[in-house]
Ligand binder design. Structure first.
Ligand code: PGA
Length: 251
């Protein structure tokens, strides 16, 4: 069984002050959490170091994105080398907001994922279908294509995680039911296996309107190894409740 990961994606939210009060609250409750699961937060890039300093020791701090290039004249980008240099624990790649709003292609996401892994960063490759794709019955095809293209020329790597985030469930309050999510997670695991990856030990997280009141049902599914959470990770009380649920599953 994979280690459960509960990861928060703060997106473009939180000021320094909000970050500080979030940390104060989680610091006071941190020792109550099970050490069997892993917990992390990806804040905006400029808050990475502050979060690293203020968060409890053991909270994984991650980037929401990274460049497809190591260094050089790429204005506005953040390199995996610099993230590693700052001891950042993980990065997301291929989040649907990057795919949709910034037109990131599978090839581009593949270069980022490869470079991040080569630099020793734990990398969470995000995949997921749109509502149209689900309604036209192409969920499995879309997700398998994103996995195959995103992992092209990438060797099996213990630092790889996958997040299945149906686009129609992100920030909408519409969560996939545990059965719907489990079906796709099982397809993803099989695809990882077919591609020669270490399918059984690659954590596959679910994301899309995960909240304290629906996480338990999702985590009961055999192929759901945690959650990537946007909105509900912004409030310390909710984030702690999600972490508690994650810790229980691994108990
Ligand atoms: P949400 O976002 O939990 O607010 O739906 C999830 C994500 O985008 O990672």
């Amino acid at each position: 069984m994979c280690k459960i990961h509960i990861l928060g994606n703060w997106k473009m939210n939180h000021t320094q002050k909000e970050l500080a009060s979030f940390c104060e609250e989680i610091n006071s409750k941190w020792s109550e959490l099970s050490d069997k699961a892993a917990y992390g937060i990806a804040p905006q890039t400029l808050h990475l170091s502050t979060l690293k300093t203020k968060a409890p020791k053991g909270l994984l701090v991650g980037a929401q994105n990274c460049s497809d290039q190591e260094s050089g004249a790429y204005t506005g980008e953040t390199s995996a080398v610099a993230l590693k240099d700052l001891s950042i624990d993980f990065t997301l790649t291929g989040h649907s907001e990057r795919r949709q709003l910034y037109k990131e292609s599978d090839e581009f996401i593949n270069r980022k994922t490869k470079l991040a892994l080569e630099n020793g960063l734990t990398t969470v490759l995000c995949v997921g279908e749109t509502l149209d794709e689900r309604e036209s019955g192409s969920t499995a095809g879309v997700v398998c294509h994103q996995i195959e293209a995103g992992l092209k020329d990438i060797e099996p790597n213990k630092k790889l995680l996958i997040a299945y985030e149906p686009v129609w469930a992100i920030g909408t309050g519409k969560t996939a039911t545990p059965d719907m999510a489990q079906d796709v997670h099982a397809i993803i695991r099989q695809k990882l296996y077919d591609l020669g990856h270490d399918a059984a030990s690659t954590p596959i997280l679910y994301g899309g309107s995960v909240k304290p009141d629906n996480i338990e049902g999702l985590l009961e599914c055999p192929d759901i190894d945690g959650a990537l959470v946007g909105g509900a990770s912004l409030k310390a009380t909710d984030f702690l409740a999600l972490c508690r649920a994650g810790g229980m599953r691994n108990a």
